[in-house]
Design a protein. Structure first.
Length: 291
């Protein structure tokens, strides 16, 4: 008899031994008395000894049956305790959530979202990989990912949060000193600060060849330079939305912007997602609904 089948038969035996009635045990288990009798015969054959003495009016345990009952009750208690613990863990909004997300999204949105979620659920803990690495969530140890893309993986549950495009912007002070560019050619006479080594900005009319005094691999520091009036930058519009709204940065050449990407929330296809994962996803969607 296979191990899992033996455990099933043992649990059926425990119910009969506690009820001392095949009829009551079958009713409690919602199975037929015939099936129950057949399984007990298989269990007795497995142990090669009788476990029950059956008469037309009663059922009693053999000495071997008494020993099997005591061990079976311990196994049943262990299984019930395991079930309760797993159920509680699965349905509790506590423990760790492992997240991978782009750096700009993490800085602009994710840290605040995680902080505010923890105010509601204080037993939650976040572990965040802030990078542009496209991890395979089926292989790597992450609960969910945020990713900028137009084609989310087909083997993931993907929820689109918002779309964005890259904008060109500078501080009012910079534009007052150097003038506002009216077309792509005007960019050649401006300090165009780049976040990557390439000296080309893709725009609607053409790819603009730029030049400036700074190329740096940190968008946060790049934004600080623009705020300080030191040049024009090209950056995801969601990353500078507050500065634009406050007037500390201003968009230029808006008619030259090309379509961008969307931010997706991704997680593996789970039949029974945990309560903490479901709660956090709903919280994120609510927070970013207006973006």
């Amino acid at each position: 008899m296979q191990q899992h089948k033996k455990i099933e038969c043992l649990m059926l035996f425990v119910e009969i031994a506690q009820q001392l009635s095949f009829t009551k045990a079958a009713q409690n288990l919602s199975i037929s008395k015939g099936y129950l009798s057949d399984q007990i015969r298989k269990l007795e054959a497995e142990f090669k000894c009788p476990l029950l003495v059956r008469t037309t009016r009663s059922v009693r345990l053999t000495p071997e049956g008494e020993k099997i009952l005591e061990q079976g009750k311990k196994i049943k208690a262990t299984m019930l305790d395991l079930d309760r613990n797993v159920h509680q863990e699965h349905n509790a909004i506590s423990g760790s959530l492992r997240i991978t997300a782009p750096i700009l999204f993490t800085e602009r949105f994710l840290l605040d979202i995680c902080h505010d979620f923890k105010l509601i659920y204080p037993d939650i803990h976040f572990i965040i990989d802030s990078s542009y690495t496209n991890y395979d969530l089926n292989q790597d140890d992450f609960d969910l990912a945020f990713r900028a893309t137009l084609q989310p993986p087909q083997n993931m549950v993907a929820k689109e949060l918002f779309s964005y495009q890259h904008c060109l912007c500078a501080s009012p002070e910079y534009l007052a000193e150097y003038g506002t560019p009216q077309n792509i050619n005007d960019l050649s006479s401006h300090h165009c600060l780049s976040a990557v080594e390439t000296q080309i900005w893709p725009l609607k009319s053409a790819d603009a060849i730029i030049k400036g005094w700074l190329t740096i691999n940190d968008h946060h520091l790049l934004k600080l330079q623009a705020l300080a009036g030191r040049g024009i930058i090209r950056v995801a519009n969601y990353y500078v939305d507050r500065e634009l709204k406050e007037g500390r940065l201003q968009k230029v050449l808006e008619n030259e912007y090309i379509p961008g990407l969307s931010i997706y929330l991704l997680h593996p296809q789970l039949i029974y997602p945990s309560a903490k994962l479901k709660a956090f996803i709903a919280f994120v969607q609510e927070r970013l609904a207006s973006q």
